[in-house]
Write a protein that binds this ligand. Structure first.
Ligand code: TYD
Ligand code: MG
Length: 461
């Protein structure tokens, strides 16, 4: 009996090693080596190459002058849905390999099936290794809009998948998910580094040789990165992250890598009973209590990607019941909240040690834009004083350690969005005023401020 050969692979970067090591010599991560069975057969023919189609492999590339290469070959296919096309950088490029990652249950399969079913005039092959045909058909019935040219295949063996691809000849291939695929040439189990790398490599070759775009759905690990080796993210052209809170309806599709477009665009979706619906004007749906006088609520004017977005920041400040006051934050960095509380204590006499502080960003969104700081501070002060902020007032400013309000980027766009949404006043950093054309902002009152104390005085005294 032939001896089974095993090799250890770093699950983070994919580096091989003959024996187990605690620290990866290539990426310096600890405890990432896992033993995997590797094929002992000398000829490891990738599945796609063995199909006989790969004639361009032997082609000799010759150096060409950059100016002589025709750039107009990039004809993008428009997929159904404005949001997705925008995130992709204006449509799908032929032969693009796109990885879609996200937490379980966030809606990756739903999004992809929706694309498969709504892509008019395209033959789509949806390969699922996770669900049966019946399960997919039930999901498809919920979504509606059947595309007659959408084929479903439940298969995990890449050689079989490539055989079916050759007979169906699809214009778009969707793989759900890359972690369930296995290539019989590689002896380790599905989901391991060698399998993921091997299968993704075959699909990459297929995509580039036939100019067929391929979507790969990828699982993510508990720290939020895409499961499998980092090389997977290097191999693909585009990495899309589908994020949001499973218990809320809003989802954000964000591109973290894009060889064919910018990574600053996002798409916003709402999970409904009939699939994912696009949210063309997110500010409208996120502001629920805009005209009610409630204490502890402040509206922040943030940017998500290149789009201004008005969101509601909610704070609750109450006397601490236990010795150690509680700090809790949903959708906002807890350490940043502690920093802002310390600034408030120092600058506004806020009695930090005796108060519990809870903070929540409405709609289940996660905001990383520092411009939300000012709204966070105002929401906390409003709840602490139990005085509602005036309605139709919003905030955009970063708060520094000494309580100074720092300028934020794209202030003109933020102010215009606030004016468009019917806001009457916006507080922002006075350092933002230089160079902006105030005439274009409409009827909104601009309140430039320099320090946290000034905002406090303007609002509460
Ligand atoms: P799914 O696409 O299976 O998530 P993933 O592939 O990322 O694991 O999404 C599953 C969730 O979406 C599930 O909890 C039910 C919900 N859902 C709806 O609310 N409405 C719908 O029309 C569909 C199809 C799913
Ligand atoms: Mg799924």
């Amino acid at each position: 009996m032939a001896k089974v050969k095993t090799t250890f692979f770093c699950q983070n970067c994919g580096a091989p090693s003959a024996r187990w090591v605690g620290k990866c010599p290539s990426c310096n991560e600890w405890n990432t080596f896992v033993e995997e069975v590797v094929s002992t057969s000398p000829s490891q023919i990738p599945a796609w190459r063995s199909s006989g189609k790969g004639d361009s492999i032997g082609r000799q590339a010759v150096p060409q002058l950059l100016g002589e290469i025709a750039p107009d070959k990039l004809i993008r296919t428009t997929l159904p849905g404005k949001e997705l096309n925008r995130v992709l950088g204006g449509g799908l490029v032929p032969g693009a390999l796109v990885l879609v990652g996200g937490e379980p249950g966030i809606g990756k399969s739903t999004l992809m099936l929706q694309i498969a079913m709504r892509a008019k005039g395209m033959k789509v092959l949806y390969v699922s290794g996770e669900e049966s045909e019946q399960q997919i058909s039930i999901r498809a019935m919920r979504i509606g809009h059947a595309n007659t040219d959408c084929y479903i295949l439940t298969e995990t063996n890449t050689q079989a998948i490539f055989r079916h691809i050759e007979s169906v000849k699809p214009d778009l291939v969707i793989i759900d998910s890359i972690q369930t695929l296995f290539s019989p040439d590689i002896e380790s189990t599905p989901g391991t580094v060698s399998q993921i790398r091997g299968c993704a490599g075959d699909l990459l070759k297929f995509a580039k040789e036939t100019a067929t775009p391929v979507f790969l759905i990828g699982h993510i690990t508990k720290d939020g990165s895409i499961a499998g080796p980092k090389v997977l993210e290097h191999m693909v052209d585009t990495v899309l992250q589908f994020e949001g809170d499973r218990h809320h309806v809003y989802r954000i599709l964000r591109s973290t890598k894009n060889r064919f477009g910018s990574t600053s665009e996002i798409g916003i979706y709402e999970m409904s009973g009939t699939g994912l619906a696009e949210v063309p004007n997110p500010s409208e749906v996120l502001l629920s209590h805009i005209d009610e006088n409630l204490s502890g609520i402040a509206i922040a004017c943030t940017m998500e990607g290149l789009r201004p977005l008005l969101i509601e920041v909610q704070a609750l400040v109450s006397s601490a019941v236990y010795g150690t006051p509680q700090r809790s934050s949903t959708g906002f960095d807890l350490r940043r909240l502690s920093m802002l509380l310390a600034v408030l204590e120092k600058r506004c006499g806020f009695r930090l040690a005796a108060k519990d502080v809870f903070l929540n960003i409405a709609g289940g969104l996660r905001v990383e834009d520092p411009a939300i700081d000012l709204a966070v501070i105002c929401a906390i002060l409003s709840s602490s004083e139990d005085i509602a902020l005036p309605t139709r007032v919003c905030f955009a400013g970063e708060v520094g350690l000494s309580g100074e309000i720092r300028p934020v980027n794209r202030i003109d766009q933020r102010i215009k969005e606030a004016a468009k949404m019917g806001f009457e006043k916006i507080f922002f950093s006075k350092y933002n005023l230089q160079g902006s054309d105030k005439k274009t902002f409409g009827n909104i009152e601009l309140v430039p401020v320099g320090k946290v104390e000034e905002v406090f005085r303007a609002l509460f005294s």
